[in-house]
Design a protein around this ligand. Structure first.
Ligand code: NAD
Length: 468
């Protein structure tokens, strides 16, 4: 017997009862989630420290606060988001009421990764609850301490007839994916994203795929050297580099590289001291498998900074690699650790060319004192998100959508985008029952005159309807 059949039946019954549709119910769930974060802050910070050696500073800003910000935004705006959205009409529909109704999909599945095990599990959950869905949450089995808190403590704060946590790795997720869900929201690797999408296709279930990839970071010759070095180092080393939007490699001229490497060394020493291993602010690699993969990457190119590692602690030093070949693994796979290779290009046009020859990344960065250079990189490329002259700050703004494009994913969330992602946008037209004389001109026998009148009547401001 499949272990999830009963869980799904329970959630479907709860959804059918209609109680998740009321704004009061949704707000109560969101407030429950907020209380969970408040009441268990210390427990969560300890779990994050255990899993990733995450400092309380990084836990606070990148896991807890960001989730609370999303909850507050949803609670404050929920009633406005839920309102039917009136749309412009044409002459033919002047007497009708035309609107988009946001409906919950039903029972949704959220599958999360381990690198921000709270944020990437709970921020999608905010959207799913706000939109009035029942939810099965599948946290990562690799961030074991956070997974335990989510499984044991979180359900106490939510309506258990509408919410369930599924525990386990690929095998369990495979079983889950055999079930029919109404929406699947997946965050993780492109490899598993394909597995999820294939499984979803069997049930025609819509998906959001938040995936990874290699994020380029162009550094122009004309830039404030130390500022750029500080920013790049911080964003690469935040969470020990295990961040999907971290700059994955630098593109700059050979001359800039010669100046940037010492500046990055100064930034590393300033942030983490002479011995980064003893810094309380530098995270550790999540597990042995991931550590061994990263250790292998240290052999690529030539080590310009760092290069040390310690298996007993799963420590990788902040590392910069130069003289790297494009064909080496460090330039072929997503790094997901505190290692930063530098590739040489002659100026922004060559950088754009380099980027365009590869898959569209999740994030793209360009540093220059010259606004035109930043704009040229923006205009010449495509990516999920873009930030000029800083690291992943674009994803901290809930009014901007967050998501990938092409190989880095599909769909978007954060703020209202999350609510919209987890809502079906139902096209509604309510017509008064009478006035048959007016509407009768659509019926046969067709005449040229009626066709002309209908064509005019169906013009909508700025767009024309093509269907009768
Ligand atoms: P992953 O794809 O290995 O795992 C993600 C989830 O899928 C986990 O819950 C895991 O249990 C499940 N899973 C693993 N193998 C599976 C299988 N064979 N069948 C079904 N389910 C399976 O990813 P990860 O290692 O946890 O996270 C790292 C990846 O996630 C990186 O590629 C990173 O870029 C990406 N990521 C993307 C974002 C984003 O917002 N776009 C955020 C964080 C991480």
């Amino acid at each position: 017997m499949d272990p999830f059949v009963d869980v799904l039946r329970r959630l479907r019954e709860a959804f059918r009862s209609g109680r998740t549709r009321a704004a009061e119910f949704r707000i109560a769930q969101l407030k429950g989630l907020d209380r969970f974060l408040q009441d268990n802050k210390q427990l969560l910070q300890e779990a994050l420290a255990k899993d990733l050696h995450k400092s309380s500073f990084e836990s606070e800003i990148s896991e807890i606060r960001i989730t609370q910000g999303e909850i507050n935004l949803a609670v404050r705006n929920l009633r406005a988001w839920m309102k039917d959205e009136k749309v412009p009409k044409n002459v033919a529909t002047q007497l009708d009421s035309a609107f988009i109704r946001k409906e919950p999909f039903g029972v949704v599945l959220i599958i999360a990764p381990w690198n921000y095990p709270l944020n990437l599990t709970l921020v999608p959950l905010v959207g799913a609850l706000a939109a009035g869905n029942c939810v099965v949450l599948k946290p990562s089995e690799i961030s074991t301490s956070v997974e335990k808190v989510l499984a044991e403590v979180l359900p106490r704060y939510l309506d258990q007839s509408c919410f369930a946590v599924a525990l386990g790795g690929p095998e369990v997720t495979g079983q889950l994916l055999e079930q029919r869900f109404d929406y699947i929201f997946f965050t993780g690797s492109p490899r598993v994203g394909k597995i999820v999408m294939t499984a979803a296709a069997k049930h025609l279930t819509p998906v959001t795929l938040e995936l990874g990839g290699k994020n380029p970071c162009y550094v122009d010759d004309d830039c404030d050297l130390q500022t750029v070095a500080n920013r790049v180092v911080w964003f690469r080393c935040f969470n020990a580099g295990q961040t999907c939007v971290a700059p994955d490699y630098i593109l700059c001229s050979r001359e800039m590289q010669d100046r940037l490497v010492p500046a990055m060394q100064r930034a590393i020493t300033r942030f983490y001291g002479d011995d980064p291993k003893s810094s309380p602010d530098l995270g550790r690699i999540i597990a042995d498998k991931q550590f061994q993969r990263l250790q292998g990457l240290l052999g690529c190119g030539r080590v310009a900074i760092g290069g040390q590692s310690d298996e007993t602690e799963r420590y990788i030093a902040p590392t910069v690699l130069v003289d790297v070949q494009e064909t080496e693994p460090v330039m072929q796979e997503e790094i997901f650790g505190p290692i930063l290779p530098i590739m040489n290009v002659q100026g922004p046009d060559e950088a754009v060319d380099f980027i365009r020859r590869r898959e569209k990344p999740l994030a793209l960065y360009a540093f220059s004192n010259n606004r035109q250079v930043v704009k040229r990189v923006l205009a010449g490329t495509s990516s999920g998100g873009f930030c000029g002259n800083d690291g992943f700050m674009h994803m901290t703004l809930a009014t901007l959508p967050f998501g990938g494009v092409g190989a880095s994913g599909m769909g978007r969330y954060h703020g209202k985008f999350s609510f919209d992602t987890f809502s079906h946008h139902r096209a509604c037209l309510l017509r008064p029952p009478g006035l048959e004389k007016i509407y009768a001109m659509r019926y046969p026998p067709y005449t040229r005159r009626n066709l002309r009148v209908l064509q005019m009547a169906m013009e909508t401001r700025g767009c024309s309807c093509t269907l009768l």
